[in-house]
Design a protein around this ligand. Structure first.
Ligand code: NAD
Length: 261
């Protein structure tokens, strides 16, 4: 893997789960990190200092991804402290499950803002410097739900399909400037968020955790295995490498066969 040591990555939603795993993996490759996301201040500082212990510069910016002015201010800080963002990982995301005819307006608006519009705003601010540098990587953490639907997840599926369209369109625009734009589409990843769902479903249906995992959560995942955070981070690292320079506008699935069926 060559070429990314000394570059700077902004990873939205990197205080937890997939985003934190990507931050750890990129820091191990010598990439400076801009952390973002919500959470307990002491835990965020512990994670920030752990990342910095890997030998790179790490700053935290708590911009709320529903607020374009806070996104813009975060990108200005990146410009001031690092001279811009070389690697942009749009990862922050939330979920809400409800029938479409009962979907609360505020949940719809929040999911579209965080899971879709935030990526437009970060790209709008980060791409001009990537063009000047003649190098850039944009990686949108999408989902199997960017390619196929499930019931009761209308806002999430709409936002993730939207991210695929944004990925493809932007990729074509910057293709000749050594900037690639791709989407990673995981199936279920065993983050703390998903773990909570396992307990809730087991309690509400009166079945075991194992039954929830195999028959409910992983029903569409043919390997019957969760996707590891490290697998997602590994794909991200490869997409940042020189070997991946001709992969652009692509959905990279890591979903245990879900979208092959
Ligand atoms: P997570 O809940 O562990 O992490 C989500 C991150 O987003 C957190 O850091 C949180 O603070 C941040 N965030 C939420 N709202 C925010 C806001 N308004 N402003 C700034 N940050 C905000 O979840 P995760 O499972 O690691 O998910 C990360 C991404 O991966 C999401 O886009 C999700 O859709 C996608 N994904 C997850 C799975 C899965 O099974 N876990 C599968 C496919 C795709």
């Amino acid at each position: 893997m060559s070429g990314i040591k000394g570059k700077t990555a902004l990873i939205t939603g990197s205080t937890s789960g997939i985003g934190l795993g990507i931050a750890q993996s990129l820091a191990d490759s010598g990439v400076n990190i801009i952390m973002n996301g919500f959470g307990d201040a002491e835990e965020i500082e512990r994670n920030r200092s752990d990342l910095e212990g890997r030998g790179v510069k790490v700053i935290y910016n708590g911009a709320d991804m529903t607020k374009p002015d806070e996104i813009s201010a975060m990108l200005s800080q990146a410009q001031d402290e690092f001279g811009g963002v070389d690697i942009l990982i749009n990862n922050a995301g939330i979920q809400f499950v409800s029938p479409v005819d009962e979907f609360p307006d505020e949940k719809w608006n929040a999911i579209i803002a965080i899971n879709l519009s935030a990526a437009f705003h970060t790209m709008k601010h980060a791409i001009p410097q990537m063009k000047k540098n003649g190098w850039g990587r944009v990686i949108n953490i999408c989902s199997a739900h960017g390619l196929v639907a499930s019931p009761y997840k209308s806002a999430y599926v709409a936002a993730k399909h939207g991210i695929m369209g944004l990925t493809k369109s932007a990729a074509l625009e910057v293709a000749q400037q050594n900037i690639t734009v791709n989407a990673v589409c995981p199936g279920y990843v065993h983050t703390p968020l998903v773990d909570g769902q396992i307990d809730d479903t087991a309690n509400s249906r009166g079945i075991s955790r194992e039954e929830v995992i195999n028959d409910v959560i992983l029903a569409a995942q043919w390997t019957k295995k969760f996707v590891d955070v490290k697998s997602v981070a590994g794909i991200v690292k490869f997409l940042c490498s020189d070997d991946a320079e001709n992969i652009t506008g692509a959905p990279i699935t890591v979903d245990g066969g879900w979208t092959a069926a």
